[in-house]
Design a binder for this molecule. Sequence first.
Ligand code: NOJ
Length: 545
Amino acid sequence: MALSNDPNWWRQATIYQIYPRSFADSNGDGLGDLKGVTSRVDYLASLSIDGVWLSPFYPSELADGGYDVADYRNVDPKLGTLADFDEMLAALHDRGIRVFVDIVPNHSSDQHEWFQAALAAAPGSPERDRYIFRDGKGENGELPPSDWPSHFGPSSWTRVTEADGKPGQWYLHLFAPEQPDWNWDNEEVREDFLTTLRFWADRGVDGFRVDVAHALTKDMSEPLPSIKSFDIERQGYQSLRTLFDRDEVHEIYKTWRKVFNEYNPPRVAVAEAWTITERRPLYASPDELGQAFNFDLLGAPWKSKKFKEIIDFNLQLSAQSGSSSTWVLSNHDVVRHASRYGLPKGTNFEHWIITDGEMPRLDVQRGIARAKAATMLLLALPGSTYIYQGEELGLHEVADLPGQVLQDPIWLRDGMTRKGRDGCRVPLPWTRTGSSFGFGSNGAHLPQPEWFGIFSVEAEDGVSGSTLELYRAALKLRRSLQTTETLTWVDSPKKTIHFVREGGWHCFTNFGKKPVAVPAGDVLLSSVPISEGMLPGNASVWLKA
Ligand code: NOJ
């Protein structure tokens, strides 16, 4: 299937997120790799997706699952080679699937050659200027330059040892110490990222997912203000603007857009920008990244009113920027949505995981039913949808990973009080049984629970009523049903939502427990069987009327 040159192909696309280390392992080392992705192209094509987004596969010490990049223009030898990348890209393109790569511009790995050069160089040197080094406070510089926390633990400053063996300057890392922040006031840094964008775009990459897009530029003028928390609710948006969502960051994306537009069709991008929603359209504007993730459903309870409010608000926001909205229920950073929807109202998910999934109890089936209904709802919305690997199998979070296998830096840096995100990153089950459930021939880098086999591709393939077959049917149908980027709400009973797209494509979702009458029209697809004209609770139906 040839890829079109339509510059708007992304506006209503479905993009499948691959977390490469946990997708498929071709060489039996327990770690997923690029050849593993290539070996599963038929499967990906069977989903009728428009593209895949690969989380980082670059050389990395894996201090943060690959988001600590040691070389932006290469493949981690543990995952393959550039030739493997080209082969994977060609195989995906051959099947009509576009490819997004992840760009991590806020920080590198401490193993990056420029950070190593900065460590070896003297304070005040051009090498140090590529990162954010400062003298410490206190009589001998023994105190960090400010009280800023990091996303993964107590402080965002780490002190280095200078060439003379003495404790020296401190460097900034908003995430783990192995992830030093770049200095975006430095011209060489800016240029180098343009080189990286061109490097991947020249290879044929179609788009970029931009990590922590709101954090690149910082106000480092003295005196550095006190910031006790990175939580917008607690700290307040304005006082976080020293570090996040500064106006200057948009100049950077304007230069990136020029690079994207050097290609035909123009390369596309989607921003991961955690800021107040009102600012999201800036990142998504057509002269910048073009799209920004809408994460509002990640934290939303299973409530019709809330969903409707979020949908309305985000359709307005995207119209404001001239972009299209992005709908996301899961990714590699959050508890899988089948589990979120299967836990009692108000559950604190971190608490649930720290009890190894004991408290409160998860209702596995209810979670899956709601997850299926939510997916059908999302896929009927105008805009693009991002699907996270494994959600098409109805996979639940692995909440009982033992402390000793955890890889997320959150676990150790937060004093073992939060287990972090490994539970949604456990390698995919491809077969019912066998070594690592078909993920590879020799184990998996995170242990898979026994129940994974029931959720395997093999167990669901061709099985009517399975989550996989529902995704396949919905994704295929959506292609033929997608129309203009608008919807019209239709009045509906309490605890339900109902909208229609141009051409008479209706979506009706029952968020309640009790069955409700299916609206008039021919049923195209439903997340559960409909009996006697009634749609059960926690279900969605598509109709043509
Ligand atoms: C967002 C990524 O999604 C997450 O996995 C990572 O830990 C941080 N950015 C830091 O790069």
